[in-house]
Design a protein around this ligand. Structure first.
Ligand SMILES: [Zn+2]
Length: 146
């Protein structure tokens, strides 16, 4: 067997990273199935042959180790596959698969909420007041009067 390792570091906590890793690899068309899992530090996946034909025959094992320093999570992916598979082509593919995981985690993170500017400036006292205020809470300017 040959081993190929690829590590990424993502800025999500280890539980989120574990869930995303599981979701990502199972969503791929390569036919991954879960062989072992110890949430949130270990995930072992298996799949069939690489290039499309025998997904029923388990040939590749992917062991994912996750470790965290609290904020960032290191995800180490160790592929174990038959030496018969042409290594050069596979390495390129495997690398892009793991980078795909990184992008998946990055894009599935909730984006910071763009809070609309709810304030306006009072024409009278120039302080910030709520956009829909009828009366300025500071100077009492009444916006209902025409
Ligand atoms: Zn005012």
């Amino acid at each position: 067997m040959s081993v190929y390792m690829h590590s990424i570091i993502v800025s999500t906590n280890v539980n989120t990273s574990y869930d995303a890793s599981l979701q990502y690899f199972l969503s791929l068309s390569q036919g991954y199935t879960v062989a072992n899992s110890v949430r949130p530090s270990l995930l072992v996946l298996k799949r069939g042959s690489f290039w499309g034909t025998g997904v029923t025959t388990i040939k590749t094992t992917l062991t994912i180790n996750l470790s965290s320093d609290g904020e960032n999570t290191a995800i180490q992916c160790n592929y174990d596959f038959p030496t018969a598979i042409v290594l050069g082509r596979d390495k390129e593919y495997l690398g892009s698969e793991v980078e795909g995981l990184k992008n998946f985690i990055l894009t599935s993170q909730p984006q910071p909420q763009q809070t609309p500017n709810k304030d306006r400036v009072c024409v009278e006292c120039k302080r910030n007041i709520p956009f829909d205020a009828n009366v300025c809470p500071y100077c009492g300017h009444d916006y209902r009067k025409v």
